[in-house]
Design a protein around this ligand. Structure first.
Ligand SMILES: [Zn+2]
Length: 315
C-alpha cells in the first residue's frame, strides 16, 4: 500500500497531512484489520485537495481502464487491473476527510460526535468496497455516463452492480456504523426520495414530445427507482452485520403507498437471502431486483417495457 498526494504546492505547505503519512497508514491498517481485510490488497491511498480531485479520479479510473466502484462524497474506491489474479483497489480521499479522521485519532467510538463518526465510517466503508472487490473479482460495471440509449438490461447491469457493491461495502463496514449515524442516514434517504419524486414531477411538467425529452424522462424515472433500491441496500447491508442496528425499524418515505412499503420489505427479505450466497453471486441470484424495480416504478406511476425496437416508459 502506497500513500500518494495530489496537492497544490501551497496546499502541501499549509497542510500537515504530508507529515502525517505514517499516522494515516496506521489508521488504514488498523481499520482494515478490524474488518478482516489486509492492506496488501490496496494499491494506493490517494489524498487529494479539491483542485486535484478530478485529476486523481481520472488517473485511477482511466489509467487502469477499470471503473470506480464505491462512491462517497469524500472518497471513491477504484479497481485495479488484475495482475496474477490478485485484485487490488485504490481509494481516493479528499483532504478534509483525512484531516478529520486524523484529528479523531484514538478517541473512543462512544466519545465521537455523529459527524466524527460519519468520517470514520466513510473510511471503513471504502475499505469495505476494497474487500468486496477482492472477494468478488468483478470488473463488470459500466459507468452511467456511458449509457446513451434507454435500455432496461443495460440499466439493470449498471445499477445491480452498484447495488451489490454497496450492499457488500455496507455489510463489511457495519461495525463502524452507530445507531445515531444510522438513524441520520435513514432520515436522509427517506427525505431524499421525496426530493427525487419532486424532481421527477418537474421533468414530467417540462416534457414535450421531443426525442431528447423522452430520453431524459426515461432515464430520470428509471434511475429514480434504482437509486431508491441502492440506498436501501446500504441500509440493509449495515443491519445485516450489526445487531445494534437490526432492531431499528426500516423506514419508508412518508408518501409511500402500502404496496411500495411491502415492496421495500420484500426487497429486504430477498437481499438477506441473497447475502447468504456471497461472494458467489450469479445473475439468477439477483434477477429479482429487476422485478422489484419494475413494480416499484409501476406503483408510483411509471411503466417500463422492453421492446425489440427499443425499450420504453409510459406514465
Ligand atoms: Zn459505497
Amino acid at each position: 500500500m502506497n500513500i500518494k498526494f495530489f496537492l497544490s504546492e501551497s496546499e502541501s505547505k499549509k497542510s500537515k497531512i504530508g507529515e502525517q503519512e505514517k499516522a494515516l497508514s496506521d489508521i488504514i491498517d488498523s481499520y482494515a484489520k478490524k474488518i478482516g481485510f489486509s492492506t496488501e490488497y490496496i494499491e494506493d491511498i490517494v489524498v487529494t485537495d479539491e483542485e486535484h480531485y478530478n485529476q486523481a479520479l481520472e488517473t485511477y479510473t482511466k489509467a487502469n481502464n477499470a471503473p470506480a466502484k464505491g462512491i462517497a462524497e469524500f472518497a471513491r474506491t477504484c479497481f485495479h487491473e488484475p495482475e496474477k489474479n490478485v485484485f487490488r483497489s485504490s481509494i481516493v480521499f479528499r483532504t478534509e476527510l483525512v484531516e478529520s479522521v486524523l484529528a479523531i485519532g484514538k478517541k473512543k467510538s462512544e466519545d465521537l460526535s455523529v459527524d466524527e463518526m460519519s468520517f470514520k465510517y466513510l473510511v471503513y466503508h471504502e475499505l469495505g468496497h476494497c474487500l468486496d472487490n477482492k472477494n468478488r473479482k468483478n470488473l463488470a460495471c459500466k459507468e452511467s455516463e456511458q449509457i446513451n440509449k434507454f435500455n432496461i438490461n443495460e440499466l439493470f447491469e449498471h445499477y445491480s452492480e452498484l447495488l451489490l457493491s454497496e450492499l457488500a461495502a455496507s455489510f463489511f463496514s457495519a461495525r463502524a456504523m452507530s445507531p445515531e449515524l444510522y438513524q441520520q442516514n435513514m432520515l436522509s434517504v427517506v427525505n431524499g426520495i421525496a426530493g427525487r419524486f419532486k424532481k421527477l414531477d418537474k421533468i414530467k411538467e417540462d416534457y414535450t414530445d421531443k426525442p431528447a425529452h423522452l430520453f431524459k424522462m426515461a432515464m430520470a424515472s428509471s434511475s429514480a427507482f434504482w437509486v431508491i433500491l441502492v440506498h436501501y441496500s446500504n441500509l440493509i447491508g449495515s443491519r445485516l452485520n450489526n445487531e445494534e442496528l437490526s432492531g431499528i425499524q426500516l423506514e419508508v418515505w412518508p408518501e409511500a403507498s402500502k404496496i411500495s412499503h411491502s415492496l421495500i420489505l420484500e426487497f429486504e427479505k430477498m437481499v438477506c437471502l441473497l447475502w447468504n450466497k456471497y461472494p458467489d453471486w450469479q445473475t439468477e441470484d439477483y434477477n429479482f431486483l429487476v422485478n422489484i424495480w419494475k413494480f416499484l416504478g409501476m406503483e408510483n406511476g411509471y411503466k417500463f417495457v422492453q421492446n425489440p425496437e427499443g425499450d420504453g416508459v409510459y406514465w
